[in-house]
Design a binder for this molecule. Structure first.
Ligand SMILES: [Zn+2]
Length: 158
C-alpha cells in the first residue's frame, strides 16, 4: 500500500476549483489574476499541485477565499480545465458543486493570433467561437482565424 493523504487549507467562504489537469493550476491563477487579487484583498489562495486523483491520475486544486467567479472567469477555467469542478463554500460548508461547461463562445480572454486582426490594433474586445473541443479550437469572430494548441494565448491579469 502506498497511500498518501494530503489536505490543503480549509476555507470558510470562497471557491474550490478541483480536477484541474496537472500542471495547469498556475496557468489558471495567472489568467484569472488571482495573485494580484489576493495581494489586493489579503485573501488566501491555496494551491495543490500533483494531487492523486482516481479519475485523472494526477490533478491540481485551487482554493480561493472569498472569491466568486464571473462568467468570463468560469469560461477561462472551462477552456483550460474542461473537467474541472467548482465548489462554493459558505460557513465551512459546501453549498454548491458543479462541473464547468466548455462554452460556445468566449469574450476578451484570449489574444487573436493574427497580428493584422482589428482586435490587435484597436480597442475592440476579443470575441471567439469554440469550433472544436479535441483539441480545443477557437475562431476569431472578427478575422475568422481558427487556432488551437499553443496559439491559444490567454490574456494574463497578473
Ligand atoms: Zn482575429
Amino acid at each position: 500500500m502506498n497511500e498518501r493523504s494530503v489536505t490543503i487549507a480549509k476555507i470558510k467562504r470562497g471557491i474550490v476549483i478541483d480536477h484541474i489537469p496537472e500542471g495547469k493550476a498556475y496557468r489558471i491563477i495567472q489568467v484569472l489574476g488571482l495573485n494580484a487579487l489576493a495581494r489586493e484583498t489579503g485573501d488566501i489562495i491555496a494551491v495543490g499541485i500533483n494531487f492523486e486523483s482516481p479519475s485523472m491520475g494526477k490533478k491540481d486544486i485551487i482554493k480561493v477565499e472569498n472569491l466568486s467567479l464571473s462568467r468570463d472567469m468560469l469560461n477561462v477555467v472551462a477552456l483550460i480545465a474542461p473537467m474541472a469542478t467548482i465548489t462554493r463554500i459558505e460557513n465551512w460548508e459546501v453549498i454548491e458543486k458543479h462541473k464547468v461547461e466548455v462554452p460556445q463562445s468566449v469574450g476578451d480572454v484570449v489574444q487573436c493570433p493574427d497580428r493584422f486582426c482589428i482586435t490587435n490594433h484597436e480597442e475592440v474586445p476579443g470575441k471567439f467561437l469554440v469550433v472544436g473541443r479535441h483539441p480545443l479550437t477557437l475562431m476569431c469572430h472578427y478575422c475568422e482565424t481558427e487556432f488551437f494548441g499553443p496559439l491559444i494565448r490567454y490574456k494574463e491579469r497578473g
